[in-house]
Design a protein around this ligand. Sequence first.
Ligand code: GLU
Length: 444
Amino acid sequence: MSVKVQFNSGQNTASHNTEGWRHHSMYEYNDESFMIAQRQLDEVARRMNLDSGIHERLRYPRKSLIVSVPIKLDNGQTKTFMGYRVQHDQTLGPTKGGIRFHHSVNLGEVSALAMWMTWKCSLLNLPYGGAKGGVCCFPEEMSQGEMERLARRYTTEILSIIGPEKDIPAPDMYTNEQTMAWIMDTYSNFVGFAVPGVVTGKPVSVGGTQGRVEATGRGVAYIVKRAIERQVRAINPETATAAVQGFGNVGSITAKYLHQQGIKVVGVSDVHGAIYNPAGLDIPSLLHFVREQGTVVGFDNAQKIDGHEVLELDVDVLVPAALGNVITAKNADKIRCKILAEGANGPVSPEADSILRDKGVYVIPGILANAGGVVVSYFEWVQDIQHLFWSEQEVVDKLYYLMGRAFDDVYNLTQEQDMDPRTAAMVLGVGRVAAAKALRGLYP
Ligand code: GLU
């Protein structure tokens, strides 16, 4: 079937595609997140003078699979969920990226996230292209048994396109170590032997690595530290303050390590609400509280504030670590931080990005700030392939080395070419893929 897809002509499309219309023979990708990801690529392509043929090839995912995922619910009914796996590019190696279970999941969102994974892996010099997957569902309303059946059936449906040399899934929103263990088990049973390297973010007991659970948050905190040390903005490290939006795996671990680094975390939020204490929250006690209560709300010695207010606090560092598109043209004016580190993927819309730039906020893009997860995923995959496992200290040292090097690459480019960090990170990420594509040529 050939579907005619309308694109906003000119500004959102490649310079060589001036007619504003094009035919795409698969299905529509014209979802908001995907348009944003494409527009970011188009802008950076223009800036880099990217070869138009290579630009064209990078604008769409290489492969997208849409699957039905029927499962038996606990009440005996059968329900079918929509699942996706999108592989954006495989120039540098097999594709890599998480799987999310969330009601926002659709083809466009997954495709945007897959494209960002390509730039993230390339920026960090990992031998991967980007991918992403997901199932549209309400995980909060599902039992453990239903989640297991969903994960296993989804794995079965995408089985032919994943594998340690093809495409390696990992955790993302509302998936975790247990989900990865089910995926590993389903794949392994299908092929008839244990294949730990098919997925990363597994429990250590089934071939996971030390340090993966904390990797993303640890990496965010490390990048923030490095940015403060480089004095990207005038912040006194002795008195620095931070706010973290989202208190799941990424937000809570980021808060833990910011606190350990001596940064005062004054506000945090989760889906239930937000808390604030200008003197600094006692993060170790808060982590304990959240483990018991399941929310930050009700924590002693803190004032309850509205969820959205956490983004608008007067702090040195802000870390949005929940959903995408939470800082838009509507609230960007109210943001008061000096450094914003994207713990989530795509929390700042392009309109908000330029407002923040004008306000002088130093925005560290997700493809750099939250890359710790996929970096340690890479270490896990390497260990699985070699059947040789590392200590937590080795993992953390190597994580900081790769993150520090990527931060410096981005920082140096911002200095040399007067670019904001997002543009610099994209120029590096896209540039390395494009250089490899030029060398490999166009098959056949
Ligand atoms: N889902 C994570 C991300 O967005 C990790 C991906 C991975 O480890 O492959 O970067």
